[in-house]
Write a protein that binds this ligand. Sequence first.
Ligand code: NAP
Ligand code: ZN
Length: 358
Amino acid sequence: MKVNAYGAYSGDRFLEPLQITRRDTGPDDVQISIDYCGVCHSDIHQVRAEWEGTQFPCVPGHEIVGRVSGVGTNVTKYQVGDLVGVGCIVDSCQHCDECDSDLENYCDNMVGTYNFPTQDEPGWTQGGYSQKIVVHERYVLRISHPEAQLPAVAPLLCAGITTYSPLRHWNVGPGKKVGIVGIGGLGHMGVKLAHAMGAHVVAFSTSESKRNTAKVLGADEVVVSTNADQMAAHAKTFDLIINTVAAPHNLDAYLTLLKRDGTLTLVGAPATPHPSPEVFNLIFKRRSITGSMIGGIKETQEMLDFCAEHDIVSDIELIRADEINTAYERLLKSDVKYRFVIDNSTLSATSLIQGKYL
Ligand code: NAP
Ligand code: ZN
């Protein structure tokens, strides 16, 4: 089946309309008609070949929500018409320790939603900036938010789970002081989720303009990270700091804010490394620097259900597919509150012709 999509033919070209092939719906597959797809900073890293190994043409997008439009004969969990999501994972080996522990995100053979090897045409996966996707039912998530919230649910599939997973892993809850660094797509979800879990939340931003909105998101305090006095006021007080920044920077500024046994978790994935931190900032207080990658399918479902129960969605700006290149430029300037989401109905042939893109 051919479907309309938006993607790039090389790392130095704009994204443009193209057509891709989706496989026939196999016995264990769910075919999804995509309504909305969030725009993650990882999409830019990959489509611009900032990380190694991008295959072109590259169709990004791993914050997918839509409706089931077909199911295979073995599928039991979903029916045509169900509201569902697909995040960053569309396959894994299904028999290693990680898969058996519901941690497919750490499976050595995890298949990401785009730019990962697959038997399907053209040999690598193609993501959610497209009209339809076909995914094994194991990697499909159920959405129980009200239908009207669907566009704002999309970013939960990556930004939501990537911050939820470390918050859970490091047992965040009442009595814990948590910092979230970089109030972008991931960071704004981190603030909302940590707040809902009952922690004392401090948002770290380079943008003075986010001070008021970060409080609305649920931050108890906001620190402008370029202000040394504001940073020093929080020295040795944090249990956990989650760092979402997409560019290399000085990690010591945050390590010194951790109390004894505190943890700095890196989720931001800059294309070039951070400067190496000062060892004494680790050994003096037995502090840790760790990383965390998205979350497993079971935990992603748990996160979606937690968000539905607590009425949590992303703050979004809805765009047409043909606005994606402008959206990327704005995202790189931190000029979005807080996630762009594509209205995938604008990928229809009629929309593209009206927009003079075909
Ligand atoms: P984003 O919306 O661009 O947010 C990043 C935020 O970092 C910006 O809004 C900005 O916040 C801050 N920032 C940007 N440049 C900075 C700089 N030079 N110095 C200090 N702060 C800076 O991006 P995102 O979609 O949240 O993604 C963030 C990173 O996480 C990306 O590298 C992405 O690839 C990665 N990621 C990782 C995972 C994972 O599994 N680990 C999953 C998804 C994404 P302020 O304006 O508040 O300073
Ligand atoms: Zn992402």
